[in-house]
Design a protein around this ligand. Structure first.
Ligand code: PEP
Length: 249
């Protein structure tokens, strides 16, 4: 299976800047990349992503989805709405949502369920904080986070994407070493294997200060199936260079 590189734009962009960035990315991908590529954009720009990317090989998605199906939930965006705008993916459980919006494992699990039910692939983020990392609790934390989702989505576990994002590595410039990341990915793979006979088709992305300089070594690890890229996805040349670092299938 192809590796998957996903840009997480976070709360960045404008109509003009997005058009420029997407044009540069699409132009750079003119020769078929070895990996699958997607960008997760702020909600107001989903229509723009749909318009600009529909006839390209680049998929698009959102950075969050409501845990509710529809109704009186001011400010929320449902999974069906994401589907309406052609989203292939939505991130769920990003550490910034867990940290600033109080999202817990059970909410993240329902969000993953909602996405799957609407035909949108959830990119389920797991990862330990610096304090948890230093206390040697990484494995416990990521397994707990993934287990909530596996329990909620059951036989659809093989349809999700997982992203291991150590919180201490996000936006900090401190990347997990390839060995550290691989060790956690192997733990997650084993957990998926216990849950579904099709665990091998679940892509486990690494995220956390991945950039043009460190991508190739990370992406060479056997259980790293791609990357979730924040800061470096906002610059076309960096994003393209990460994509070019992918293993060929
Ligand atoms: C992210 O927020 O998903 C992320 C990986 O950010 P960065 O690449 O900037 O560390």
């Amino acid at each position: 299976m192809n590796q998957l590189i996903v840009g997480n734009w976070k709360m960045n962009g404008s109509l003009a800047a997005n058009a420029e960035l997407l044009a540069a990315v699409c132009q750079g991908l003119a020769t078929a990349p070895a990996s699958d590529v997607a960008v997760c954009v702020p909600m107001p720009y989903l229509a723009q992503a749909q318009a600009l990317l529909s006839s390209t090989g680049v998929a698009w998605g959102a950075q969050d989805v409501s845990s509710h199906e529809a109704g009186a939930y001011t400010g929320e965006t449902s999974a069906a709405m994401l589907r309406d705008f052609g989203c292939r993916y939505t991130i769920v459980g990003h550490s910034e949502r867990r940290q600033y919006h109080g999202e817990h494992d059970d909410t993240v699990a329902v969000k993953a369920q909602r996405a799957l039910a609407a035909g949108v692939t959830p990119i389920v983020c797991v990862g330990e904080t610096l304090a948890e990392h230093e206390a040697g609790r990484t494995e416990f934390v990521v397994k707990r986070q993934l287990s909530a989702v596996i329990h909620a989505v059951g036989h659809c576990t093989s349809e999700i994407v997982v992203a291991y994002e150590p919180v201490w590595a996000i936006g900090t410039g401190h990347t997990a070493t390839p060995e550290q990341a691989q060790a956690v990915h192997a733990v997650l793979r084993a957990q998926l294997q216990a849950a579904t006979p099709r665990a091998q088709r679940v892509r486990i992305l690494y995220g956390g200060s991945m950039n043009a300089a460190n991508a190739a070594e990370l992406l060479r690890q056997p259980d790293i199936d791609g990357g979730l890229i924040g800061g470096a996805s906002l610059k076309a040349s960096d994003f393209l260079s990460i994509i070019a670092s992918c293993r060929t299938a």
